[in-house]
Design a protein around this ligand. Structure first.
Ligand SMILES: [Zn+2]
Ligand SMILES: [Zn+2]
Length: 267
């Protein structure tokens, strides 16, 4: 079992040290884990330090995780990979490119967390949903995701239907959004993530939904898998359900990124 998405206390809204995550992963039977703390955000982003690690900590984060990886290897522990979760911000691509090339990373997750500067997945900002027609919000979310996927900045698009997090659903069959997005991912050669955090949120579902998985599987879009743990005891959470859903959609393998190159592992 792999877990390719987790956060540490460095990013301001998670708890636990890298060592505590590694120990939890070993106890949960995870063979490969990837740390993906939030890439520093532009300083003018509201709440930047509650959403992501401060810029000056990025080199230290890289050093810490590489040291932990070497240590785990020495004691035949789980494989530790170094990644980041980078927020797609319109107009911010040059800075994301610069930061993600500054260090040799194993994987860059790309995420859409902001629409017009609104962190729509922040539980403290859900009153803004009432300003939107939900179908229009979904249009906007998936077109932003398509721009991010096509940017060439990311290896994997994280939690690709995050817009459903609080259960605000459009009054129509969402299949068209899933089909369009799967097409964009296939064309861009970008993988996506089966993310189990949705099970722990108001939507109470895996990200993404089964219809999305089927649309992506039909087009051969590679998938990886992560818990999006923000506490050590969430490492590996929901992986049994994730595996069942992927098998049901037709997947037989996952991808792991090392040095930003995908390698297949059996599901
Ligand atoms: Zn987070
Ligand atoms: Zn995220």
């Amino acid at each position: 079992m792999i877990d390719m998405h987790m956060h540490t206390s460095r990013c301001g809204h998670a708890t636990g040290t890298p060592r505590e995550y590694l120990d939890a992963a070993a106890a949960a039977g995870i063979s490969t884990l990837c740390f993906t703390d939030h890439l520093p955000l532009p300083v003018d982003t509201p709440h930047a330090l509650e959403y992501a690690m401060p810029a000056e900590q990025f080199p230290e984060y890289v050093r810490d995780i590489r040291a932990l990886a070497a240590d785990s290897a020495r004691f035949s522990g789980p494989e530790v990979l170094l990644g980041v979760e980078a927020d797609w911000i319109e107009g911010g691509d040059a800075e994301i490119r610069r930061m993600t090339r500054e260090h040799s990373l194993d994987m860059v997750l790309g995420s859409v967390h902001f629409i017009d500067g609104w962190a729509f997945d922040d539980p403290d900002l859900t009153d803004r949903y009432s300003d939107w027609d939900i179908g229009k919000l979904w249009d906007r979310y998936f077109s932003t995701l398509a721009d991010a996927a096509s940017s060439g900045l990311f290896d994997v698009m994280a939690h690709p239907d995050l817009v459903k997090k609080f259960g605000f659903l459009p009054g129509e069959d969402p299949a068209r959004w899933y089909e369009q997005t799967a097409e964009v991912l296939a064309d861009a050669g970008v993988a996506y993530e089966m993310n189990t955090a949705g099970l722990r949120k108001p939507c109470a579902e895996l990200y993404p939904a089964p219809g999305f998985l089927r649309a992506a599987a039909r087009r051969g879009v590679p998938v990886t898998c992560g818990s999006d743990a923000h506490r050590p005891d969430e490492v590996g959470a929901g992986m049994g359900e994730a595996r069942e859903a992927l098998l049901a959609a037709g997947y037989r393998s996952l991808v792991v990124f090392r040095g930003r190159l995908p390698e297949e592992v059996p599901l």
